[in-house]
Design a protein around this ligand. Structure first.
Ligand code: DGJ
Length: 808
């Protein structure tokens, strides 16, 4: 027997522990994560029954979990005439059409001769390694379980997959069906997962929106009825994100039960919640059956995207933290996993289509001087593209704008010490393009019909292998030639006129398009492993876990306005970590809202995300440049905490209050950063108190505000009340005074224990609201904000700093 070292004993113990995350006791399956249990079993009739999903509990035997329906059930039907098997009332783990369950079904497959009645019965199970499928999936689960069901008359095998992620408190599920009959079958509907449970006093949180208004949080009580959130536009969409939450009515950010659901998929999806009169609730999520019909030939298999489930009984922040951990550790992969992301400058809002090499170099040089690390050349560098009507598809450089080519520009940018990034929109084609002239059949359109356009463009047919190969070749050439370090992959129209020239069944178009896209992304990310890809679809029209498997970050929204971003980033944060959210400081008046907000506020919201700039740095004033330089310096020091720390939202959030805050705590719990955001200033606002959960109770911390300069001009005519002479507003003297004199900002510095921060919090200085001003008044005004830093308190360092300060 080999000698066992301490280390090998530890490894064995850990292995044993993780092996036990799935326990099987007499056909009952207990899936465990650190804090949750998920329990289901197969009954003697072959039905798979769901029993429990919630806080982790001990399990002895299944009887207390079983539904007892011995008194009959009105108009319900008995499954195969078996005693008590009122299938319409049972909590099922998998449902199907035609045997008496009249709720929304999980699966519907028809047989050419035998019709629409499915009957899947339990056959067995196996603990397996994570299988590799064509679809993007999560990775590094603790354990994977496969449950086998069989419809013996239709000869269809159905496999239910369960993956357990212990630390993330996540369980993922997906389904595979295999046609073992001699006939060709048709799949009409196939969801990735189903969960049936009791629904009393629950509400739904969904994240809905539109262009420039993505993922706003909406809440509604779940009473009897069918609730659907879905996408029919071909992408996961900005209308309803695939992520949603079912929570207790009184669950808040810090307390109560909540279930979170998401899908690793970027195409049309549906999320269905049905609540019955008996308060049974069924939740389904999967590919949208809209325009979907899949031909399943003999021996062929079909696999669904993976669904992601999490539960917490500690409120919505804890639910988000589960999802954030899961995305960072089990979705995002490759070189950029857990890596701090570069600060970028993007030329789009600075130049739109109107640029040349000189202009770009100036922007890049200016940005470099301020501390930026990556230059991104956006739309307009290729073909004949001077507006949004031409050239998509012609992926060769526009020599009028860049006569020396992309690689020369890239070299010059790199010589400055910046990384070089490039915008592409590969899935599209303009009718005015060389590609369209050569290959009109590459565009998606129904023969004989005039296609609808979106932003003057048509979609390329990614269901066609030739088109996919064309894109892989073109893009590989450009990425290599221009030595790109970063790619912004855009997608600016929804799908219409669905038709694939190589498809036999047009009911497969939407899903095959998505599979085609994934095939391209798989090739390119493999060939260019060092490239940082950022997914974009007119901002956040395709912000989902499918894209995040290939692209570690997403352009959250085209809307860069301070106020709008508070809602968008708060909504997005429920399901996705800050390490995925692109957030740029742009010019004012803002190009989407025409709103003017302070530069500090634009930075303060963008730093709770992946910081970038999207403006002409050359147009910044000297004092603005100095501010940006300081912001960037500060962000670099703190970005690890901001991008990968534990994130919390205040309660109430911006969706219920005029001001709100976020904070991130670093992994060692030695540092926290708080962003406080106000919409409008109103008189007699409630007092602002910052409470921080998650630090160490008995550790001392020093809480302090980042001092923000106050611009005197904010006081307007009030200046004449304090000056010995009267000056003309906005006149020369006024402007000089405003430039030279900055009132001392408030100082909110306190030494507090972690426990104090948690329960009592820190009361901030009163805001200016028309009744007096001095250096103990916080001037926020409309769209004002602040950053606070909380550091582990070190007496020695503190004394030293104070000494230095008093010495001047
Ligand atoms: C839409 C994107 O969201 C913008 O950031 C920009 O890249 C434009 N497309 C370019 O056409």
């Amino acid at each position: 027997m080999p000698f066992k070292t301490k280390k090998s004993r530890l490894v064995t113990a850990l292995k044993k522990r993780s092996e036990n995350m799935i326990r099987i006791i007499n056909n009952t399956f207990v899936l465990l994560t650190e804090q949750t249990s998920y329990i289901f079993s197969a009954n003697p009739n072959g039905l798979l029954l769901h029993h429990y999903y919630g806080p982790r509990i001990p399990f002895i035997d299944v009887r207390p979990f079983e539904k007892k329906l011995h008194g009959g059930a009105g108009t319900s039907c008995l499954y195969e005439g078996q005693e008590n098997q009122w299938i319409d009332l049972l909590d099922l783990e998998a449902s199907f059409v035609g045997k008496g369950d009249f709720r929304e079904p999980m699966i519907s497959i028809s047989h050419p001769k035998l019709g629409y009645t499915n009957n899947f019965k339990y056959q067995g199970y196996e603990l397996i390694k994570e299988p590799i499928e064509d679809l993007p999936t999560s990775y590094d689960s603790n354990q994977t379980l496969r449950i086998d069901l069989y419809d013996d008359l239709y000869a269809i095998k159905m496999e239910l997959y369960y993956k357990v992620f212990e630390k993330a408190n996540v369980i993922t599920k997906y389904v595979k069906v295999i046609n073992e009959s001699k006939d060709t079958l048709t799949i009409h509907k196939i969801m990735s997962h189903q969960i049936d449970m009791q629904a009393s006093n629950l509400s739904l949180l969904s994240f809905d929106g539109a262009w420039a208004k993505e993922r706003h949080r909406h809440s509604q009580p779940l009473t009897q009825g069918i609730y659907v959130m879905d996408s029919k536009s071909g992408v996961s969409s900005n209308k309803h994100n695939p992520f949603f939450i079912v929570k207790g009515e009184s669950t808040s950010e810090f307390h109560g039960d909540a279930y979170g659901f998401n899908l690793v998929y970027s195409g049309n999806y549906t999320s269905i919640i049905e609540v019955t009169p008996q308060q049974n609730m069924r939740i389904l999520q999967g590919i949208n059956p809209y325009c979907f019909e899949w031909t399943l030939k003999t021996k062929k298999a079909f696999t669904t995207p993976e669904a992601v489930l999490t539960f917490t009984n500690q409120g919505l922040n804890s639910l988000s933290q589960n999802m954030h951990y899961f995305v960072n550790q089990h979705i995002v992969r490759g070189l950029w996993k857990n890596r701090v992301r570069p600060i970028l400058i993007n030329n789009w809002e600075a130049t739109y289509f109107n640029f040349n090499e000189k202009k770009l170099i100036k922007i890049a040089q200016g940005a470099k001087d301020l501390g930026v690390e990556l230059f991104v050349l956006d739309d307009g560098w290729f073909g004949n593209r001077n507006n949004d009507q031409t050239s998509l598809g012609d992926w060769y450089v526009n020599t009028k704008k860049l006569p020396k080519g992309l690689s020369t520009l890239s070299k010059k940018i790199k010589k400055m010490g910046l990384m070089f990034g490039l915008w592409v929109e590969p899935e599209m084609i303009n009718e005015q393009s060389e590609l369209y002239k050569a290959h009109p059949e590459y565009a998606v359109r129904v023969p004989g019909r005039t296609p609808s356009t979106g932003r003057n463009q048509l979609l390329l047919d990614l269901t066609n292998k030739k088109v996919r190969q064309y894109l892989i070749d073109q893009l590989s050439f450009i990425f290599k030639n221009a030595q790109v370090d970063y790619v912004k992959w855009d997608f600016n129209r929804n799908m219409t006129d669905m038709y694939g020239t190589t498809l036999k069944n047009q009911g497969e178009f939407f899903h095959k398009y998505t599979l085609g896209l994934y095939a391209i992304l798989k090739e390119l990310t493999k060939a260019f492993p060092h490239v940082l890809f950022e997914s974009c679809a007119s901002g956040g029209n395709r912000f989902d876990l499918g894209m995040l498997c290939y692209m570690p970050q997403v352009w959250t929204s085209d809307n860069t306005d301070y106020l709008e971003r508070i809602y968008i980033q708060t909504g997005t944060s429920y399901g996705y970590p800050l390490s995925t959210m692109g957030a740029h400081v742009s010019d004012v008046p803002n190009h989407q809202t025409l709103r003017t907000t302070p530069l500090e506020s634009r930075f303060n919201i963008s730093c709770f995300g992946l910081l970038g700039y999207e403006l002409d740095v050359k147009r910044l004033t000297l004092s603005e440049s100095e501010k940006v330089r300081n912001h960037i310096r500060w962000y670099k020091k703190n970005r690890k905490t901001l991008q990968y720390g534990t994130f919390y939202r205040s309660d109430p959030t911006c969706f219920d209050a005029n001001s709100s805050y976020f904070y991130c705590i670093n992994n060692q719990k030695e540092k926290a950063i708080v962003g406080f955001y106000q919409a409008l200033l109103h008189p007699s606002l409630p007092e602002d108190i910052i409470k921080i959960k998650g630090l160490v109770d008995n550790k001392k911390y020093i809480f302090t505000n980042i001092k923000q300069p106050i611009n005197l001009s904010i006081f307007g005519g009030l200046i004449n009340l304090v000056l010995p002479i009267q000056i003309t507003l906005n006149g020369k003297i006024h402007r000089i005074i405003c430039r030279l004199y900055h009132p001392k900002p408030e100082d909110d510095t306190y030494i507090v224990y972690g426990k104090t921060l948690n329960y009592a919090g820190v009361r901030l200085h009163q805001q200016f609201m028309g009744t007096g001003f001095n250096d103990k008044v916080r001037v926020l005004g409309d769209f004002g904000s602040r950053l606070y830093v909380i550091n582990h308190f070190n007496m020695k360092k503190y004394r030293l700093k104070r000494k230095q300060l008093s010495r001047g």
